[in-house]
Design a protein around this ligand. Structure first.
Ligand code: NAD
Length: 510
């Protein structure tokens, strides 16, 4: 049996795939107004398995109108938080009860290993549950100025929120925006990533079943430069929450400027994992392997640069490379797979080109190309480069695949300089048993999030966001509630009116 035949026989195609993927506007599934569609392929066969409606400005106008009408006239923004919370809990229940199907579709469409896709489906449910709870626990500030004034905060939803999401863990990242946007009483237009529209098409059914009123959730598929661009430029969309590449974020920032929109930007990363000689080496190796190879390396917070203190450098490289070679590349639907297929041929080509660049810049110690035994599909071997110089492209640029750059350092100050020496600042992982160093280093590293002797495990209450080219603003917990709400300050006089009097001086003289 040739590898190609083996590959085809191993290719799992879920039953009951949709015949087409449509927009969902004002409670109805619809095609694009001009009938345009685009091809959607799966990353194992790279063949088109469905066509999706390609939204343009007219479709965005249609969706924004539906969302604006639901905001102005519908019940959702006016419901009690407890009532909205019930709907959100039902959404979480439904997502949870469909987790296996969701994971199957997500894994098929995106190439994520099935076990990891299942974890992401459950996290999506948890996002809804979390914001369902938070919105009823929400309290706002009231200030008393004794005898003079009371000030309170009147918090209200803002309007139509535009949500633009990437293709890595698409369903979970959509839930990360949909949860707080809906919990706070906004209505939404979601523009999911064009590589992976399959799982997003399930939201409509889930929301209908949970009792979300018509027009509150709208979805327009399509290309970023068309549908995404029209959403960003729409004058009746006061908020854009965007997750994606830093360069796209810059463009959106400029396009939103004439409308002075509220923007939340979760962008790219090139996060350092810093391993000091006194670290628990076993734990550090396991964590840094997982940190860059989980989710196929297609992870914004991937620890894609590992900085290792010189005394343990050689041992670290040897052990790390040996373990990386044992990471299991396989078909996404196979539960034993640790790294699946990259999302799309375009992205596969990009990652492969970085691997070739890396071979000219550094020492290859594991992987280095297409995974053995896979003639078709976007399968890349976990790839490890050692002795990577800080000016190397593989040190500076986000690759967003299973590729890691390892660099030695000799002192804390050199480690800090290396850690901060890139344009990004999303996450940092620090491995040391020295308490003072751990805190001092964490507080000096330019990163929105730091994990100390820890893998990337995040409590939903904590702030999420990056600094420098990794983002603008923070979401997570109450910060998401803040982004999606207006906070009007209301001031009431209790005692005498505090009125410096102007314009009475002359009247006393006459
Ligand atoms: P991308 O920027 O290419 O696309 C993201 C979304 O933006 C897609 O829906 C796309 O259609 C849309 N888009 C593209 N051009 C647009 C435009 N001109 N106007 C409006 N919308 C437009 O990103 P991607 O390749 O889908 O995702 C990978 C990137 O996302 C990586 O850089 C990764 O680090 C980043 N990411 C960041 C986080 C985070 O929280 N910081 C999380 C996940 C992914």
């Amino acid at each position: 049996m040739t590898n190609t035949v083996a590959a085809q026989s191993q290719h799992h195609v879920p039953a009951d795939l949709p015949e087409k993927i449509q927009h969902y506007i004002g409670g109805k599934f619809v095609d694009s107004i001009d009938g345009a569609t685009f091809e959607v392929s799966d990353p194992v066969s790279n063949e088109t398995y469905v066509r999706a409606a390609a939204g343009k400005k007219a479709d965005i106008d249609h969706a924004v109108n539906a969302a604006a009408q639901a905001f102005e006239q519908g019940p959702w923004p006016r419901m009690l938080p407890r009532e909205r919370s019930r709907v959100l809990h039902r959404i979480a229940d439904i997502v949870e009860s469909h987790d296996a199907r969701l994971a199957e579709l997500e894994s098929f469409d995106s190439g994520l290993p099935i076990t990891q896709a299942l974890g992401q489906a459950r996290r999506a449910a948890e996002n809804f549950r979390f914001f369902a709870d938070l919105i009823v626990a929400q309290s706002d500030d009231t200030y008393k100025v004794p005898g003079r004034q009371i000030n309170y905060v009147n918090r209200t939803p803002i309007g139509v929120a535009g949500l633009i999401t990437p293709w890595n863990t698409p369903f979970m990242l959509e839930s990360w925006k949909l949860g707080p946007a809906l919990a706070t009483g906004n209505t939404v237009v979601l523009k999911p990533a064009e590589f992976t529209p399959l799982s997003a098409s399930l939201w409509a059914g889930i929301f209908e079943e949970a009792g979300l009123p018509e027009g509150v959730f709208n979805l327009v598929n399509g290309l970023g430069e068309e549908a995404g661009d029209a959403l960003v430029k729409h004058p009746d969309v006061p908020l854009i929450s965007f997750t994606g590449e830093s360069s796209t974020g810059q463009l959106i920032f400029a396009n939103a400027a004439p409308h002075l929109k509220g923007l939340s930007m979760e962008l790219g990363g090139k996060s350092p994992a810093v391993v000091f000689a006194d670290a628990d080496l076993d734990a550090a190796i396991d964590a840094t392997i997982f940190g860059v190879f989980s989710l196929n390396g297609e992870r914004c917070t991937a620890g894609s640069r590992i900085l290792v203190e010189r005394p343990i450098y050689d041992e670290f490289i040897e052990r790390y490379a040996a373990q990386a070679k044992r990471v299991r590349v396989g078909y996404p639907h196979d539960p034993s797979t640790e790294v699946g297929a990259l999302v799309h041929t375009e992205h596969y080509d990009k990652v492969m080109s970085y691997i070739e660049i890396g071979k000219t810049e550094a020492r290859l110690v594991a992987g280095g190309g297409r995974a053995d035994g896979f003639e078709v599909g976007n399968f890349v071997t976990p790839t490890v480069f050692a002795d990577v110089k800080p000016d190397a492209r593989i040190f500076q640029e986000e690759i967003f695949g299973p590729v890691v750059a390892i660099t030695p350092f000799d002192s804390d100050s050199e480690a800090l300089e290396l850690a901060n020496g890139v344009r990004y600042g999303l996450a940092a992982y620090i491995w040391t048993n020295d308490l003072k160093r751990a805190h001092n280093f964490s507080q000096s590293v330019q990163a929105g999030m730091v994990w100390l002797n820890s893998n990337n495990v995040r409590d939903l209450r904590t702030p999420f966001g990056g600094v420098k080219a990794s983002g603008l603003g923070h979401e997570g917990g109450y910060r998401s509630i803040d982004f999606y709400t207006q906070q009007q300050a209301v001031h009431i006089t209790l005692g005498e009116v505090h009125n410096p009097t102007f314009g009475k001086a002359d009247s006393q003289q006459h």
